[in-house]
Design a protein around this ligand. Sequence first.
Ligand SMILES: [Zn+2]
Length: 445
Amino acid sequence: MNVHLSALSDSALVAELKARPLWIHQISEAQKVDGELVAKRAECATGMESEFQIDNDDCLRFRNRLCVPRNSELISVILNEAHNSRMSIHPGSTKMYNDLKCQFWWSGMKRDISDFVSKCLVCQQVKAEHQVPSGLLQPIMIPEWKWDRITMDFVSGLPLSSSKKDAIWVIVDRLTKSAHFISVRMDYSLDKLAELYISQIVKLHGVPISIVSDRDLRFTSRFWKKLQEALGTKLHFSTAFHPQTDGQSERIIQILEDMLRCCILEFGGSWERYLPLIEFAYNNSFQSSIKMAPYEALYGRKCRTPLFWTELSERKIFGVDLIKDAEQKVLIISESLKAASDRQQSYADLKRKDIKYRIGDKVFLKVSPWKKVLRFGRKGKLSPRFIGPYEISERIGPVAYRLILPPELEKIHNVFHVSMLRRYRSDPSHITSPAEIEIKSDLSY
Ligand SMILES: [Zn+2]
């Protein structure tokens, strides 16, 4: 961090604290002792035409991306920060690669990232498997502008927080996929929700023209009415119901639930504390359906974090046609959304691929919360989705396996259908502690 002290002419003292990450310097130093990169640097010095360049900080870049030496400790620092920090919260590997590749480059980067994520213990215990959407999906209209068409849903049944909240209201813009997560109580009145909507959403994005909810049509229409009352408008709107779904809001809810579980497992404490950071991490990370981060779609660029340090100079803004730029972005998003919706329809026909395990393989076992009972200070919803790992001792027919279970699970019949298992990817750093949840014989807790 640098401190600037400047004495102005009217003798007022202005102190400016300016933060700058140290790792840029560390990377440029490490480049100078890496054979491959030293050669690249030498090439640059000769002024040869190349996609590699040395910037003002004496750092070698590949098309604007910082070159990180292969096999350096820095790679593990970067991977840890991009995956485990409170501003990232365990992204999947595609998301993480797309976020990191804006700023960093090293050879074998994509493989390193997918390796790192597949071995993350928290992710293995928490993440729901990608579900094949069931039933026929009907494509719904692609919105034309930001926060025109929204979806809203609730994640309910959470442990009561210290401010007595038990649910999250998830409000998503269907164009940019930017989302707000608002902690609420399930017994809030519609008046209270309308008031919250105005203070949290209307103040930032205005009034939407359509609302889609996967869960409750009656809620949506009643909410519309209350919102109009609260806005004091005498203008009448006709409200149309859209019972269709594009599956996108369900996906976002799943991401949110995964992130909540990761936070509770890793940092402990109350979910409500993490909600602002989860909202940030979600909005600032790559979403495959729009091929960029929601904040990039909404604001034109991603927000700064300690790892993604960007300094926007006036020079960079000057001369860029901001409106044209925004329209261009929206066009890209609409096209990506169309492609994503086509892709999803074809997924619906896909069958689950065959998974085979061998004796001696280690697997996680799927568990499910039962009646949201409070156990060990955690209510069902936020506990892991998988326990283990346990070793496979026998294959019983084509789709069932016997596991070696620890004594505390001896009441459970030890043969499981393959759909209950998930492969464990080991890493020497893992310390697996016994499950903190009490599992019943039907694998609920
Ligand atoms: Zn993880």
